[in-house]
Design a protein around this ligand. Structure first.
Ligand SMILES: Nc1ncnc2c1ncn2[C@@H]1O[C@H](COP(=O)(O)OP(=O)(O)OP(=O)(O)O)[C@@H](O)[C@H]1O
Ligand SMILES: [Mg+2]
Length: 428
């Protein structure tokens, strides 16, 4: 809108200014033309004629204060002047713009050549002099300034009104979208929640059947195992979905009714490390951790464990045998930094930005493994956000990947997590 009204205003200004100057040039030409019949009289009687004459043809169109008329002989010598403007410049035929250096005032002039054919003269008439009509541009300048003031002021008011109108309209237009978006989130939360009960029933039935193998036909044992595996996976996916859906609906509210409390990040990381060590050993990998300092943060132990074990599991899963995975913890100003680095299959540049998308998994052929849903990193990101932190990732295909988690450190005197956040969390 600013561009459109800017262009419109400039267009109006240019056209209006041009029309004004055209009008003044035309007026000056008419004035000079109407003064030509008096040329001979001015030449012969000079100022005497000019002081006396009242009934001259140009009298009605002449503005004494703003205009002047000058008569020159054929050599440019001034014969007479009517009006207050005195230009010390020789006449130049046609329209002209003259600026007076002392005052900086600008004048527009129109000069006509005067030809007279003497009685009995044959051939073309001879040049006898010039008549110059002059007008100050001050009046036009004032009109120009007024116009630009109106245009700028009008443009500003238009912009403010358009902005307010646009804002109001956008709010109105977005309302149903927001409502349906919220409905969708609510639906996901409700659906995940509702699906949990039948799934629990299936799981319980399978458990009963597995506890009584004699009742199961040997041919069905494998099928039962498959159903049990699928149920477990579905249960995990549902829990993940429920977690994300609830976080979407109210990001400040913890899913479980637990309070955030000071926790030792070293302890959480150590537990995750120990838990996953067997998997690393199985793949003959170098799995190492380095905690440079003791760091406490305000958080939820189980959620933070989930965050870091997701990252470590990924690192171990997407790194081939005999690779290397390292876990580091250090402090940077008032932020705890946890890095999980691997020498695995890595990600292509265009894939890096998608890793946190829900259900996104890289090229299945490269990273196929049993059980993954593509929700792990989305959950890790949601957890990091709810702890006032964030996760970033750098990766190179076939070289390795590095996830870095930054979470504000708990300050014993003043919590680094804002008061509002803490209150929201404790309230739940
Ligand atoms: N360290 C890593 N190296 C290479 N690719 C990775 C790494 N971590 C994640 N990815 C890619 O990002 C995808 C998404 O990871 P995410 O953890 O969200 O899901 P997942 O591991 O496939 O399943 P799950 O929900 O069980 O964790 C993975 O499928 C994988 O393609
Ligand atoms: Mg994962």
């Amino acid at each position: 809108m600013a561009t459109i009204s800017g262009l419109f205003g400039t267009g109006v200004y240019v056209v209006f200014k041009r029309a004004l100057y055209k009008q003044i040039d035309k007026r000056l030409l008419t004035l000079a033309q109407s003064a030509t019949p008096s040329f001979a009289a001015v030449r012969d009687q000079g100022s005497k004629y000019l002081n006396q004459v009242e009934e001259v043809p140009w009298r009605d169109i002449f503005n004494r204060d703003q205009q002047s008329l000058e008569w020159f002989d054929e050599n440019g010598k001034l014969l007479g002047r009517k009006g207050l403007i005195e230009l010390d410049v020789p006449p130049e035929v046609g329209p002209e713009i003259i600026e007076q250096p002392e005052t900086g005032e600008v004048f527009r002039t129109h000069t006509l050549s005067v030809f007279i054919r003497n009685n009995g003269q044959v051939g073309p008439p001879s040049l006898v002099g010039f008549i110059r009509a002059t007008q100050s541009s001050a009046e036009i300048k004032a009109a120009e300034d007024e116009l630009s003031g109106i245009l700028i002021g009008g443009g500003m008011i238009t912009l403010v009104l358009t902005g307010l109108g646009g804002f109001w309209l956008t709010q109105k237009a977005i309302e149903p979208i927001e409502a349906s978006f919220l409905q969708l989130k609510q639906f996901t939360a409700d659906a995940s929640h509702e699906l949990r009960s039948p799934l629990t029933a299936i799981k319980a039935s399978i458990d009963v059947m597995r506890n009584h193998p004699e009742r199961v036909h040997p041919k069905d044992v494998k099928k039962l195992e498959a159903i049990s595996g699928a149920t477990l996976q579905m249960n995990q996916t549902l829990q993940d979905l429920l977690f994300l859906a609830r976080t979407d609906i109210d990001p400040s509210m913890p899913v479980e009714a637990r309070q955030l409390a000071p926790v030792s990040l070293n302890q959480i990381l150590q537990n995750c490390f120990v838990l996953l060590e067997p998997l690393a050993n199985e793949k003959k990998m170098v799995f190492q951790s380095k905690f440079r300092e003791e760091i406490d943060i305000l958080g939820d132990t189980s959620q933070l464990s989930r965050l870091f074990s997701n990252l470590l599991e990924n690192a171990l899963q997407y790194t081939p045998e005999e690779g290397r995975v390292s876990l580091d913890l250090y402090k940077q100003n008032r932020v705890a930094v946890v890095s999980v680095r691997d020498t695995g299959i890595g990600l292509a540049t265009e894939e890096v930005s998608k890793v946190f998308d829900r259900f996104w998994r890289a090229n299945k052929a490269r990273s196929r493994r049993q059980g993954g849903t593509g929700l792990g990193l989305a959950i890790s990101q949601a957890i990091a956000k709810r702890h006032g932190g964030k996760i970033s990732v750098t990766s190179e295909l076939n070289i390795g990947t590095c996830f870095i988690v930054r979470i504000p450190i708990l300050d014993s005197k003043r919590s680094s997590i804002t008061k509002a956040q803490t209150t929201a969390i404790t309230d739940c």
